[in-house]
Ligand binder design. Structure first.
Ligand SMILES: Cc1ncc(COP(=O)(O)O)c(C=O)c1O
Length: 438
């Protein structure tokens, strides 16, 4: 089998990737040791294969579009599994552990599949920790900017690791965490980031996230014996060249304190499953780090787990005119795709083009009263008509977890596109969901 895979890699046959993925863990690791010169090519083949599968699944989904009521999110389980395979490959190559960040995507219907590939989840507080404990059933690492006394017991119960954002909080709760035989982490500010949008930059001036070096140096010696690991998070949708620079600063600032820790978490923001992501550099960075410091490395990607794995589907309700044609859809950026306004960014609609590039240009706007509830301007080959379904791509992350009922707008249903090609309605919402929150 190993020789078959090697031959396939040499011939550039994507089937070799499938065979590699089908190996048992010890066989995959043996392959990596024995055929290290072919791994770069294997990585490239993995990307080609993933692209082909993503295109094939998109066609399958579009054939089923009639079955999708709107507004809805549709999550493709097989596409998530393809991303999981890439994550597991990084684990195989480096021995790092990968935790899925629940803050990005927490639709637990796909957790039974995801848990086969990853080591667990990272949570932002008590509810995510409980969800991870109940539904993912593997490691749970929780980090919150601060914990309340009311929550800490549950957080410790549902977490394997509790990560503190300050030494004050650590001092307050460490004894309890240790008594429950759970691990303690401290989040540090590495002192460097390249995140362009301030809203998403954990290392922006005066950030509350992570202990700064000056304080760490003073306080760490008092807690050295009880701290199990150090965590940093400084990236957002970035490639491994950014990690290289963040890591260099982390090592410069905190490298001398790593002798007694069991693990270091490189946080999230790694766009590992993106087509242009440099997996080989990531592998090198983790391998070198482990060689220098003999610690377990954790990654906490959220977005990368479900990148390009979901759609948001709306229907046109009306076309109004004011200097241009404006299509009002049965959805909302404000209520269903908040990052479109927060980042901000212009999501892709299947079959659309940049404004005025094709004969019919429309501004797409939501049903809410918010003047700025605009998804963007797009052009189309054909005019948009009432009931026309618009399919937005890459909508699995930071959508379902962030949506809201502003104006009483209905929450989108959630469909799962199963591996066998069937479409399953996982959740639908009604007036009572709106009322219950008020
Ligand atoms: C502490 C921490 N870990 C992981 C993540 C996940 O990041 P992403 O979804 O960008 O990979 C975040 C995102 O904000 C975070 O704050």
């Amino acid at each position: 089998m190993m020789k078959d895979i090697l031959e396939g890699i040499t011939l550039g046959n994507p089937l070799a990737v499938e065979k590699y993925f089908d190996l048992e863990e010890d066989e995959r690791k043996a392959f990596i040791v024995e055929y290290k010169d072919s791994l770069e090519k294997l990585t490239l083949l993995m990307k080609q294969r993933k692209k082909a599968i993503f295109e094939q699944r998109l066609r399958l989904f579009l054939d089923l579009l009639e079955e999708v009521q709107t507004p809805s999110y549709v999550i493709d389980e097989q596409l998530i599994e393809e991303n999981m395979k890439i994550m597991r490959y990084v684990k195989d190559r480096t021995g790092c552990k990968v935790l899925h960040a629940l803050k990005a995507y927490a639709s637990y219907h796909t957790f039974p599949m995801m848990r086969e590939y990853l080591d667990g989840v990272c949570a932002s507080g008590v509810n995510e920790a409980r969800l991870g404990y109940d539904e993912f059933k593997k490691e749970v690492h929780t980090f919150g900017a601060a914990y309340s006394e009311a929550d800490i017991k549950s957080i410790v119960k549902f977490s394997n690791v509790v990560i503190f954002n300050s030494f004050t909080q650590l001092e307050k709760f460490a004894e309890y965490v240790k008594k429950q035989k759970k691990q303690i982490g401290i989040r540090v500010n590495p002192g460097y980031s390249e995140v362009k949008t301030k809203m998403y930059d954990p290392c922006a001036p005066n950030s509350r996230l992570g202990v700064i070096r000056e304080i760490f140096e003073k306080e760490y010696p008092n807690y050295e014996k009880i701290i199990d690991g150090i965590h940093f998070h400084a990236m957002c949708e970035q490639n491994s060249d950014v990690l290289q620079r963040v890591l260099a600063r982390f090592i410069e600032n905190y490298g001398k304190y790593l002798d007694n820790v069991k693990w270091v978490s490189f946080g999230g923001g790694h766009h590992i499953t993106r087509e242009d992501y440099d997996v080989e550099l990531l592998v090198k960075l983790i391998t070198d780090f482990k060689r220098s410091f003999s610690v377990q490395v954790y990654l906490e990607p959220g977005e990368a787990s479900v990148l390009d794995c979901g759609y948001y589907v709306t229907s046109v309700l009306d076309i109004v005119k004011n200097g241009m044609d404006i299509a009002v859809v049965d959805g909302s950026a404000e209520a269903h795709l908040p990052d479109v306004l927060l980042m901000p960014y212009r999501p892709n609609i299947i079959g659309s083009f940049p404004p005025y590039e094709r004969p019919y240009t429309y501004r797409i706007g939501g049903v809410s009263c918010l003047a700025g509830d605009v998804i963007g301007d797009y052009s189309f080959e054909e005019p948009l008509k009432e009931k026309k379904k618009l399919v937005f791509t890459d909508m699995a992350h930071y959508t379902i977890v962030k949506n809201n009922c502003f104006n009483g707008i209905i929450l989108p249903s959630i469909f799962i596109l199963k591996k066998d090609g069937s479409l399953k309605l996982a959740k639908s919402f009604s007036f009572s969901d709106f009322k219950r929150r008020l």
